[in-house]
Design a protein around this ligand. Structure first.
Ligand code: NDP
Length: 333
């Protein structure tokens, strides 16, 4: 029996953003149809809370994928050469439960998260949206720029990040990569004022995006705050928006942006309109007019990793990408 191993470089080479955006739209639609099993993730914190290990198992009905992601989240990695997320995605056969593939989770997480935002942006942002504000300059900022370029025709890109040198490095490197002139902003407000696409991709625990800065008609992808006690958005930003998420259960348990706004009395449970999978299926209305502010609260869920892993396994079978290692098991299989 052979098991596929795919490292970070190979995953980046095979998991193209545009393809992954379609995969994510389809996987979230499958979830919304009820054809998935998705428990809440389990997190084990280091005693000093400098990092955690997250266990994210699941089953997706179409494409059929069964497995889990095991990922450490180490915010202190930024600038060390190690990504903030380190781990593996494992796929198992549904008939015999045998391991099929072990894939780098850093690259899968980097691409699939932005691909979800890209697919959601296509569905929720105004057709003419093209003035992008990126908050943060790390891995997710990089892949979100790529996803926003795939989702809309960008006419302006501004970036702000906490550390000025990182903001400048991001603008220089990503500007050269995409042939763009990326404006470096001294503060988050200067990046966001007038923007119609906003991506928050920071590890901030306190708001970096204030609702009073948001222009009418903007679409926001809120990606960075995946814990109940962390937020990137203030209550006004949440209250002014039509709020959607990837998974209701996750949002109610893990989304500090929503939970802290609710705790402050700015919104009630009804403010959370539903899952983007239902928007993709046409069962839930996204934007109702050009002046709506739409907000996608991204928690990141296992079906996104499984759908990505499934596609990578198919690619490897077709093209020979990755490495196939002998796992033992029954003879002749
Ligand atoms: P990186 O470590 O690569 O980048 C982190 C960014 O956050 C940097 O730009 C850093 O700014 C900024 N930052 C860190 N602390 C603060 C702070 N206190 N205030 C303001 N900015 C801060 O991380 P990633 O890009 O990999 O991930 C970004 C966030 O997204 C994380 O919180 C991560 O957990 C989350 N995430 C969410 C996923 C989802 O599915 N929703 C999936 C993957 C990640 P600077 O460098 O300028 O100091």
């Amino acid at each position: 029996m052979k098991v596929l191993f795919m490292n970070e470089r190979e995953v980046y080479a095979q998991l193209e953003m545009a393809m992954c955006m379609d995969l994510m739209r389809d996987a979230l639609a499958t979830l919304a149809r009820g054809e998935a099993v998705l428990p809440l993730r389990n997190m084990v914190w280091l005693p000093d809370r400098s990092g955690l290990l997250g266990l994210m198992p699941g089953y997706l009905g179409a494409p059929q994928a069964f497995g889990l992601k095991v990922v450490s989240v180490m915010p202190g990695n930024h600038g060390t050469g190690y990504d903030s997320h380190q781990g593996v995605v494992m796929l198992f056969g549904v008939r015999h439960g045998e391991p099929l593939a072990i894939l780098d989770a850093n690259a899968i997480t980097a691409v699939r998260t932005a691909a979800v935002s890209g697919a959601v942006t296509r569905a929720l942002a105004r057709e003419d949206a093209g003035d992008l504000a990126l908050l943060g300059s790390g891995v997710q900022a990089r892949t979100h720029l790529e996803a926003m370029l795939a989702a809309r025709r960008l006419r302006r890109v501004r970036v702000w990040s906490r550390t000025r040198a990182n903001t400048e490095k991001f603008a220089r490197e990503q500007g050269a990569r995409h042939g763009l002139d990326i404006e470096v902003c001294a503060d988050a407000e200067s990046a966001v004022r007038g923007a119609d696409l906003v991506c928050t991709t920071t590890s901030a625990r306190e708001p970096v995006l204030l609702g009073r800065w948001l222009a009418a008609g903007a679409h926001v992808n809120a990606v960075g705050a995946c814990f109940a006690a962390s937020r990137e958005l203030d209550s006004e930003a949440v209250a002014r928006s039509r709020l959607f998420t990837d998974r209701l259960e996750s949002c109610r348990a893990e989304a500090g942006d929503f939970l802290l706004a609710r705790g402050e009395g700015a919104v009630t449970d009804d403010h959370l309109l539903g899952e983007v999978g239902d928007v993709f299926l046409g069962k839930l209305r996204g934007r109702t007019g050009p002046d709506d502010i739409t907000l996608f609260e991204s928690l990141g869920i296992a079906v996104e990793d499984l759908a990505s892993a499934h596609a990578l396994l198919a690619r490897a079978r077709e093209s020979g990408a990755g490495q196939w290692l002998d796992w033992g098991g029954p003879a002749g299989v």
